[in-house]
Write a protein that binds this ligand. Structure first.
Ligand code: ADP
Ligand code: MG
Length: 693
């Protein structure tokens, strides 16, 4: 398993390098380089039924074959194959000629009259009695390679330059022959037996070269289980570790600040807010530090909840940090804080990229001296050299992508710190458990009264622009969102930049239209947001950068262009940006869904305001990557497991992980050695630490 892959047959320096790009250094890496898909590559029985464009495999007897010159540099090779049924096959290869060798030599050798052969390629529209194939591969019937490539379920690997599917299949077969039998199995034997799981050698063969679909599912599921078991072990270890940490002090709910704060709010907290505040307080009062994720739709009132937690810290003579994803959002939070805390003896400060050097110095000194109770800033606040006298709570707003490694870093610096992470992205429970296994989760599942969700309407552009104009005439503002910044030749999408010009000069020439997108420098973005917020512009043309954070209560219209390009969770986030004030507001989904699925998605987004339902659906349709972004994916090592499809495997893995650790908390038993080593290899670096010492 540890043998370098370059010692395998046919791996020269070039290919060794290409393999390394795929993360394959050893034979063991190679065996665990799983296919990204599997294809049924059986010879077609009836070519009259082959549909144009699809890949087909033909098996037949060569009746004619030969090269045809097509130009000074191009040549064509044609082969006619007699296949069962009423049609015959005409396979065509196009190649650039080479001065140095005969590009068709292998074809000339294998495809001679009377020989039996396989041809793989794309079927083209056919004439009566003939089926044209744009050929890609061929195999002589007695070629041992063909056993790996046709007349079977064949693996499809993710490739890189310099490596072909066919070559990698051959290499994999060799690696399996050499090393599969001795492949170590990380799963303890008793567990594998009890769960009816294949052992590693058989599973490795089955995942790469399955003999049947059931064999493939058994093998795939075996590895999915292994991955999920390791993940659940890692999370469980993290939770155990956190439980062992002690804050060394206890909070007491004194209400000296909390009561006047509540009274000054001017509204009654919703039942959901009260519930999550209690959950948070219980965590804060407990001896081990809190790591809690607070989910709640845009506008559900997370800020007040965060403030309550911060005030509990302050009541106990400690300090809190309140962090937002951007300077402008931090400023907004600071303003909210000052509004709600006016008259209370709470000292607040703000520190962002826009703080002047002089102010900064003052703030730093105050934080260090304990003369500041709550410091608001961007997410970088705790990474910078800010020293607190007695920081005990950090609230991180709008940041579900705050990964496990970052959490670990924070913990290492402040092992007693209570951590509250807030997000408006509704993350379905299964996914939250798998991706944030070290977090407790609270959900605000109720909107404050009178905060009606934006009405969502599927409409044409003209209709939506008319509504926007009418709103502007009433003194309101609106957003027009495009999926991309600039036109690209590859995607037929409207872009913010180009459409901004059109909107400004043709559609709304009499209004002030501004443009904001992710490629602008932060200071520029902040300036535009401020101007929009202050009512200087009536219309803001944007890319999805506005998804996170901004709050302009006067904005009552949102138009999402090419809406079919957005995931439902994104649509939901975006529309949450309107309806922040007391005015009724509207979100228009404009687009041309090409598929039934895209149409259904838009209809679903329009029909419900339940973010969790939408993100469940998103997850089902598009997978977790879309929902959470790739950054998040880096946290967990899953190659074959699929958090949607393997829900039940996950549940089994979770139960087994708990049982394993209950019996052997450090995985020191001989049976668990494989798991232990694999855990360290997978998660030690990725997560900062796992405590297995
Ligand atoms: P988010 O969860 O998106 O961060 P905010 O905390 O910004 O939401 O709250 C949105 C608005 O609702 C704010 O203006 C806030 O003051 C108000 N709000 C919060 N809780 C309540 C409540 N219980 N009743 C009425 N208004 C509330
Ligand atoms: Mg908020």
């Amino acid at each position: 398993m540890l043998m370098p892959a370059r010692l395998l047959k046919g791996v020269g320096p070039r290919r060794a390098e290409a393999l390394a790009r795929l993360g394959v250094e050893t034979v063991g890496d190679l065996l665990y380089y799983f296919p990204r898909d599997w294809q049924d590559r059986f010879a077609l029985k009836d070519f009259a039924k082959a549909f144009p464009g699809g890949q087909v495999v033909a098996r037949g007897i060569v009746t004619r074959a030969g090269e045809i010159r097509a130009g000074p540099r191009m040549a064509i090779f044609k082969a006619e194959l007699a296949v069962p049924g009423p049609v015959h096959i005409e396979a065509t290869w196009f190649k650039h000629l080479s001065r140095r060798y005969d590009v068709f030599a292998p074809l000339k050798k294998d495809l001679v009259r009377g020989a039996e052969a396989y041809v793989v390629g794309r079927a083209e529209a056919s004439l009566v009695g003939v089926r044209d194939i744009q050929a890609e591969e061929h195999y002589a019937a007695d070629d041992p390679q063909r056993l790996l490539n046709v007349e079977r379920i064949a693996p499809v690997y993710a490739l890189t330059e310099g490596i072909t599917q066919r070559w990698l299949r051959a290499l994999m077969a060799e690696a399996l022959d050499r090393a599969a039998e001795s492949a170590p199995d990380v799963l303890p034997e008793g567990l594998a037996l009890r769960r009816g799981l294949l052992r590693a050698p058989q599973a490795l063969r089955g995942v790469h070269f399955p003999g049947s679909r059931p064999e493939l599912s058994a093998a795939r599921e075996r590895f999915a289980y292994e991955e999920l078991l390791l993940l659940e072990l890692a999370w469980s270890l993290k939770r155990r570790e956190a439980r062992r940490l002690a804050k060394g002090f206890g909070y007491e709910v004194k209400r000296t600040l909390l009561t006047p704060f509540r009274q000054g709010l001017g509204f009654e907290l919703t039942a959901a807010q009260k519930r999550v505040i209690n959950e948070i307080f219980d965590d804060m009062k407990s001896p081990s530090p809190m790591t809690r994720l607070l989910q709640g739709d845009v506008g559900s009132g997370k800020t007040v909840v965060a403030l309550s937690a911060l005030l509990l810290a302050v009541e106990n003579g400690r300090q809190g940090a309140f962090m937002a994803p951007s300077a402008i959002l931090a400023e907004q939070h600071k303003a909210t804080l000052d509004k709600f805390l006016s008259g209370l003896p709470v000292r607040t400060g703000i520190l962002t990229s826009r703080t002047t050097a002089k102010q900064r110095e003052k703030i730093l000194a105050a934080a260090a001296a304990g003369e500041l109770d709550i410091l608001v800033g961007t997410h970088a606040l705790l990474e910078e050299d800010v020293r607190f006298k007695s920081l005990s709570l950090a609230v991180i707003d709008e940041q579900h992508r705050f990964g496990v490694r970052q959490r670990a870093t924070l913990r290492r610096k402040n092992s007693f710190l209570d951590l509250l992470i807030m997000t408006a992205t509704p993350i379905p429970r299964t996914l939250a458990l798998a991706l944030y296994g070290d977090l407790e989760v609270s959900v605000i599942d109720e909107m404050p009264p009178g905060k009606a969700a934006a009405k969502t309407i599927i409409a044409g552009e003209a209709e939506s622009f008319a509504f926007l104009r009418a709103e502007v005439q009433k003194g309101r503002q609106g957003y027009v969102v495009y999926p991309i910044i600039e036109e690209s030749s590859r995607l037929d999408l409207r872009s913010a930049k180009a459409q901004f010009e059109r909107l400004k000069s043709e559609v709304f020439p009499d209004l002030s239209v501004a443009l904001i997108h992710g490629a602008l420098p932060a200071a520029k973005k902040a300036k535009i947001m401020e101007e929009f917020s202050a009512g200087k512009h009536q219309i803001l043309v944007a890319t999805p950068v506005i998804e996170v954070g901004i709050d302009v209560p006067n904005a009552t219209a949102m138009i999402i262009q090419n809406a079919e390009r957005f995931g439902m969770a994104s649509l939901h986030q975006l529309r949450g940006r309107v309806g922040r004030g007391s005015e009724a507001s509207c979100c228009f989904l404009v687009g041309a869904p090409q598929t039934e699925e895209a149409r259904a998605r838009l209809a679903m987004a329009a029909s419900t305001s339940d973010g969790f339902r939408l993100s469940e659906e998103d997850l089902r349709l598009r997978g977790p990557g879309e929902l959470l972004g790739t950054a998040q994916h880096g946290d967990v090592a899953l190659k074959v497991a699929d958090l949607v499809r393997d829900k039940e495997v996950l549940a089994r893995a979770r139960a087994d992980a708990e049982a394993l650790l209950a019996a052997d908390p450090k995985l020191l038993a001989a049976d668990n050695k494989g798991l232990r080593e694999r855990l360290i290899a997978l998660y030690q670096r990725r997560w900062g630490w796992i405590d297995l010492a």
